[in-house]
Write a new protein. Structure first.
Length: 144
């Protein structure tokens, strides 16, 4: 984690794909976590998951979960997600995976159909979440 003044914290975790450009995995400001768009890349192997839309959606949501953990939160504290999908006809299948992973949690959401994503991916997701006060206190104790 890097900080710029005491207001902005830059989040970096090896448990999610490393940024491919000049940006952070997430930024925390005044108790809100802004997660950069995530692609279906396995952070351990660097493998680009180009399988089914279900596999891609699950990998992206797992990556977001790990970034939120590193920022002192979790999926239950997501406020809004923006999903970019390469084919709106895939939406039903994406929604099934999303509903299974989120369960009773129902953050606000926007779905943006786009022509194409990098490397042939079918989905990219960005998130905004609240810091979980319980996780955040434990997280602060572990920050050096």
């Amino acid at each position: 984690m890097q900080t710029r003044n005491d207001e902005i914290k830059y989040i970096s975790t090896p448990n999610a794909p490393q940024p491919g450009g000049h940006y952070s995995q997430a930024v925390v400001h005044h108790g809100v976590i802004y997660v950069a768009g995530q692609l279906p890349i396995d952070p351990k192997t660097g493998e680009k998951k180009l399988g089914s839309i279900e596999e891609q959606t699950e990998q992206v949501l797992f990556n977001i979960r790990e970034i939120l953990r590193a920022a002192g939160s979790d999926l239950n504290h997501v406020l809004k997600m923006t999903l970019y999908i390469s084919d709106i006809n895939l939406w039903g299948r994406v929604n099934e995976v999303y509903a299974r992973i989120f369960g009773d949690s129902r953050p606000a959401r926007a779905v943006v159909p786009i022509k194409e994503l990098h490397y042939g991916f079918q989905i990219e997701i960005e998130a905004v979440a609240a810091v979980d006060p319980q996780h955040h206190e434990n997280w602060l104790l572990n920050v050096h």
